[in-house]
Unconditional design. Structure first.
Length: 256
């Protein structure tokens, strides 16, 4: 049992208070998911030709400025890090694929939470109320957002096991329920080159969507296919598509 919340704002006033409204919803869902919480905000688009990445560090005092300098040396320009608790967001003068490759090669200690032009993902193990306070979610504005509170049933309680999971550029997924075939599906996807950081069954659903995107399927087609592994997605009315919800049914499907 987990909690899922999503908000799409239609006015400038609501956009300014998006984080406050989502925080209230997450706190109300604490009983449904006391183990961890996470959010994806869509906000402040990067300029054309630039990308935005969200990073997590397990270190007590990560040197985010050193990461910025390295990114600037490699790509010419990089914004100062916007730090929230254990996470930092960078806007980089590079394509997302280039930035992701460099970060994976030079900073394996960091976890890439998201990449794209507008998405920012923050998540952490612990009570949702503490997460909301520690990350200052009430201060964040944006056009739309997705939140999740987790009650772990299939795997460990860690920040990496928390939701949302990135499924591609400016895309993410949250999941409520369990996948009965996730171990077999994971092996199939690993043979297709999809990499996993955790043993969480929900990350397998995210990996499936990422694989379908790589194979050229549209968001709508991927959504229909993913419904067979208990996933549902939708496109927002404005801005990038985002995953909204996942149902709790079990499935026997695998990639074809």
């Amino acid at each position: 049992m987990c909690g899922i919340a999503g908000l799409y704002t239609k006015s400038a006033t609501l956009r300014e208070h998006l984080g406050t409204h989502l925080s209230d919803m997450l706190e109300q869902l604490s009983d449904r998911g006391p183990d961890s919480a996470g959010v994806a905000f869509y906000r402040d688009p990067a300029p054309p030709g630039w990308c935005k990445v969200s990073l997590h560090s397990p270190a007590a005092a990560p040197d985010w400025e050193a990461v910025r300098v390295e990114l600037e040396v490699e790509f010419g320009e990089a914004s100062p890090p916007r730090v929230r608790a254990t996470h930092a967001v960078f806007v980089i003068a590079a394509e997302a694929d280039e930035a992701q490759t460099l970060l994976a090669e030079r900073h394996p200690e960091l976890t890439l939470m998201s990449a794209g032009r507008t998405i920012e993902i923050y998540k952490e193990a612990g009570l949702p109320t503490r997460f909301v306070q520690r990350f200052g979610l009430g201060e964040i504005s944006g056009t739309h957002a997705l939140g999740h509170t987790r009650m772990a049933t299939e795997s460990r309680v860690t920040t990496e096991h928390s939701h949302p999971f990135s499924t591609g550029l400016d895309l993410c997924l949250v999941h409520n329920g369990s996948l009965s075939n996730h171990n077999r599906l994971r092996r199939v996807l690993e043979r297709e080159g999809i990499q996993f950081r955790t043993d969480c069954d929900s990350e397998v659903a995210a990996g499936y969507l990422m694989w379908r995107l790589r194979e050229g399927a549209s968001l709508e087609r991927r959504s229909r296919d993913a419904s067979r592994i208990s996933t549902a997605s939708t496109r927002s009315r404005s801005g990038p598509p985002m995953a909204l919800r996942c149902c709790a049914t079990r499935s026997r499907a695998s990639p074809r």
